[in-house]
Each structure stands twice: as C-alpha cells, then as structure tokens.
Design a protein around this ligand. Structure first.
Ligand code: ADP
Ligand code: MG
Length: 397
C-alpha cells in the first residue's frame, strides 16, 4: 500500500483545492480522440466536489515548449469535462496560466465549483520546477492534490514545486490506484509471475528487464527488441531492428536469467517482409532471414509457445507490443498475447507503456485487463524500480 496521504485523509469543505491531473490527451482538429485520461480523472474530481471543495484543475497538454500555442490549449478539455461531470468546468484562459482570469475565477468560487487552468507548459518554468511559477500556482489553493500519474516521473512546478508552498499535499485516487496495482504486482506478486517485454528498442527497456529479472518467474521477450537478442545468439536477422551497442547486454541478460532460475523465452519463429509496409508480402522464418528481410512480428509457433507460458500465470505485467501492431498484417503476435491475457481467470494483468496501452485498447481487449496504466513513461520508471518524484512529494501518512 502507498504510504502517502490521500484525499480520503483530509477535509476539503470550503477549501480551494488545486488538483494536478494528467489531461495530456491526443487532439485532432480540436477534438479529443482518446478520452481515457479524462475518464480516469473523474473519481477524484467527483469526490472533491461531493466533499464541498473548490476544485481548481491544472494539467499540461503536449509540448508547447514554454509559450502559448492555441492548438495546445486545454479549452476543449474544459468543455468535455463539463459534459462528463454534468456541471460547468469554467476555463480560465490565461496564457500565463495563473493570470487575471484564473485569480478572479478562483476568488468567486462556491463550494463544489470547478475551474480549469490553461496548459501549465505554456510557462517555460514548468518543466524546470522553478520557484516563481510554483508559488503562483500554490497561491490559488489551500490544499494540493496530485493525481497526474503520467507526469509522476518528472519533477515539475505543477506536481513537485508547488508542494513546497502549500501546507497539505496529498495524492488522488488515480495516483493511488496506479501505484497500488503496479507496486503490488512487482513487489508482492502472486506466482507464477510472468513479465512480457516487447516494443521497439532494448535500450529503452534495459533497466526494466534488469529489475524484473530479480522478481519474475518467466520473462517473455518479443517485438523489435528480440532481434538484438537473436543477433547476440549468432542468428542472421537481415535488416531487422537491432541495436549493436546492446549485444553484450543482451547476452548478460540471458546469463542473469539462468543464474536467477528465470525462464527466459525468446521468439522461435518470426514473420518477415522486405518492406516496412502492411501490404508487403510476408513469410514465416524459423532459422535465418535473408539479408533483405526484416522481422515485423512473432511467428505462429512463438504465439503458441507464449500463450502456453501464460496459461498458469497469476500475475502478468506487459510492456511493449510483440510486433508492428499498427499494421494489421503484423498484429497477430500482439493479438495472441492480448488474448492469452484476456483468457486468464483469477490473474492480475497489468499493462504499462503508452503504445502497449493503445494496442490493448485499439485491439478491443481493454476491458479484459485488470489495470491499464495511464502513464507510459511513469509506469516504465516504476517498473525500473525508481522512485517517482511526483509521488515522493506528497505528505507521508
Ligand atoms: P511502449 O510505448 O508500450 O513502451 P514501445 O514504445 O517500446 O512500447 O514500442 C512500441 C513500438 O514498437 C510500436 O510502435 C511497434 O510498431 C514497434 N515494434 C514492435 N515490434 C517491432 C518490430 N519487429 N520492428 C519494428 N518496430 C516494432
Ligand atoms: Mg512508446
């Protein structure tokens, strides 16, 4: 259990509550194309409204790099949140975030009212965790609630700096849920505990592999990173994705798995094509690829092998697709693994990583998983065993 104070430990009646959310949603022509993060923020907001708090929401959106960019305004989020909450979310459209609109709106609020500030990254200081902007944010509120798990691996003004200037800093329900699920899975798993790692690069997952090898019973590797392992074992991998600087590392990880008694599974066959395109003719290869071929998905034997290895699992953590799932002809491996997880009874299944969450949701398995993390980078850093500054900053219980 997370040893930090939460919104259940405080009384917010009549108080101004600044809530850092993760409203970093994808937008297309001003329309929100995936509102999972908004929906995930609702329990905390509703609780604060019900308890009579004056709720001041803030978030970043995209990377405006310290200046106002109208296409990255949070205005569409305020509109959609109003609909989801069934009450007005007043948008304080200040390019300086804490400006005359925000101050006036905050001063006029009644208990249970909600306002939303403009994109915190309109301010260059935000990502530098500067004091001035942290103080400005804190000046709006009596209490601070951090519910932005997606930003928890960063120390910014709106999640870390601000806590220096308010008396009370607690975490919200989403933060609590993310840390509880990920933390229990990694530190207190029911066994067998299986981790599945894939995605494009070994380099971005090194520390995750290394940390999880100390904890899991079985480690399954797929996706682009598998070819670095294959090459390290002397296999011909054509023009597949490979990181030559990590060949020794791949060997080390295979050795570490042996030492620790962890079953490490690597692909035994792969779907290859000559072009990186959905309609490129493909074939299944068990041995060596031709020099002009590249591996784009795990093959049918591997799919079976992995599904079998998952059959008795009681805890599964999955990060990284098994192939280029964005192209339907190379999505079978990712679908097979998603299906194997969906079929598990009485198992805890946790998905971390931005693309992995998108894959599971887009392929229609979202509601079959125990928990899909809303934080890509944050969930990875958590799986690496790192402390998250956004969590550390909250008051201890
Ligand atoms: P996550 O965001 O879940 O941590 P990554 O960002 O590490 O995952 O990897 C996701 C990307 O990996 C996807 O865009 C997918 O197309 C790509 N990928 C998976 N397998 C391969 C492969 N064999 N070759 C090239 N890219 C791959
Ligand atoms: Mg990614």
């Amino acid at each position: 259990m997370l040893n930090k104070k939460s919104i259940d430990d405080i009384n917010v009646k009549g108080k101004r509550v600044l809530v850092r959310c993760d409203f970093n949603v994808p937008l297309q022509d001003g329309k929100i194309t995936d509102e999972n993060r908004l929906v995930a923020a609702l329990p905390t907001i509703k609780k604060l409204i019900a308890d009579g708090g004056k709720v001041i929401l803030c978030s970043h959106l995209g990377k405006p790099k310290g200046e106002p960019k109208p296409e990255l305004s949070l205005a569409p989020v305020a509109k959609r949140l109003s609909e989801l909450l069934g009450q007005e979310v007043k948008f304080a459209a200040d390019p300086e975030v804490v400006g005359p609109n925000a101050k006036a709106a905050a001063a006029e609020m009644k208990d249970g009212d909600v306002i939303l500030l403009e994109n915190t990254r309109y301010r260059a200081e935000e990502t530098k965790n500067g004091d001035a902007f942290s103080k400005e944010l804190a000046s709006l509120a009596d209490v601070f609630v951090d519910d932005a798990f997606g930003t928890a691996h960063r120390a910014h003004c709106s999640n870390v700096g601000v806590t220096k200037y308010v008396e009370t800093s607690v975490v919200g329900y989403l933060m609590q849920k993310e840390i509880d699920f990920l933390g229990n899975a990694v530190n207190n798993p029911e066994r067998p505990f299986v981790a599945i790692l894939g995605g494009s690069k070994v380099s971005s997952k090194i520390s995750v592999i290394n940390n999880l090898l100390d904890k899991v019973d079985t480690l399954i590797i797929g996706g682009g990173m598998a070819y670095t392992f294959a090459k390290a074992q002397g296999k011909e991998i054509g023009k597949s994705l490979v990181e030559d600087d990590y060949l020794d590392y791949a060997k080390e990880m295979v050795e570490k798995a042996e030492e620790k008694g962890v079953k490490l599974l690597l692909p035994v066959d792969t779907v290859v094509a000559k072009e990186f395109a959905n309609d490129a003719p493909s074939r299944v290869v068990e041995g060596s690829m031709e020099p002009d071929e590249m591996g784009l998905d795990i093959g049918p034997k591997t799919r079976e092998l992995y599904a079998e290895a998952l059959k008795d699992a009681k805890t599964v953590v999955w990060n990284g697709p098994m192939g280029v799932f964005e192209m339907p002809n190379f999505a079978a491996g990712t679908i097979a693994v998603a299906k194997a997880l969906a079929d598990l009874k009485d198992a805890v299944t946790i998905i971390g990583g931005g693309d992995s969450a998108a894959a599971v949701n887009n392929l229609g398995f979202g509601d079959k998983m125990t928990h899909i993390s809303t934080g890509g980078g944050a969930s990875l850093e958590f799986l690496e065993g790192k402390e998250l500054p956004g969590v550390v900053a909250a008051n201890d219980k």
